[in-house]
Design a protein around this ligand. Sequence first.
Ligand code: SAM
Length: 260
Amino acid sequence: MAAGARPAGAVDEASAAQAVRRMFDSIAPRYDLLNHLLSANVDRLWWRRTARRFRDVLARPDSAILDVCCGTGDLTLALLKLRPRGARPILAVDFAHSMLQRAAGKFAARSAASGRDAHKAAAPTAIPIEADALHLPLRNAALDLVVTSFGFRNLANYGAGLAEFHRVLKPGGQLGILEFSEPEGFFGVAYGLYFHRLLPAIGRAICGKDGPYNYLPSSVGDFPPPAEMLPLLRTAGFVECAWQPYTFGIAGLYTAVRPS
Ligand SMILES: C[S@@+](CC[C@H](N)C(=O)[O-])C[C@H]1O[C@@H](n2cnc3c(N)ncnc32)[C@H](O)[C@@H]1O
């Protein structure tokens, strides 16, 4: 089983993390466009569906929430839509500066657009934090919810990532990991052709580089399937571990709880 992401040329965890950070910094200007195009906008549905899964914790104004590997912030925005006015800000962590800068711009634009009514409590917002998901600048047992979308697969060490999420969650806190997966059957074959052949070619044409959109299908191929991820979550100390496939299993949401 893959212990963590290994982009081409990476020889250890440090060089893998550096290669991932550089790659996302380099594609940041085209990331949103390519994401929406290559997923035919289904990514937006997945973020909304993930947010709805945690609507109870999002609805509590004092919940402490982290979107880790937030990238350009679209999952954070979907989470914010389910936060009440006056709620604590969501923490949004990423280690790629250019990705996080875009997220910060979106959070600021949202606050500017929704903060005009002076009679109401402040619109919920998010705080961008440049940090490594494997070394979060947060105290133990600080959070009610940790979520991540399409970032976990890129961590240089999956076990260390889960241990860090477990550390920062309160007992009873919830974890959500939205990730790609490889569907099975006839649909899986057709999708595999698109994902492994067509997608890298489109990505290359738009972003003008080879690496990132070759890395995407290979990193999904190397990522542990649900039958391996669920035991990994249990080994890290989580309970109530489950996987919910989205869109015929192209993606899926892992959910788990730090025991009380
Ligand atoms: C595919 S993007 C996903 C972004 C966003 N969550 C989304 O759904 O569009 C993966 C993000 O994970 C970030 N990332 C990968 N490894 C990380 C780490 N160790 N610490 C912090 N961020 C990391 C990358 O910088 C990148 O922005």
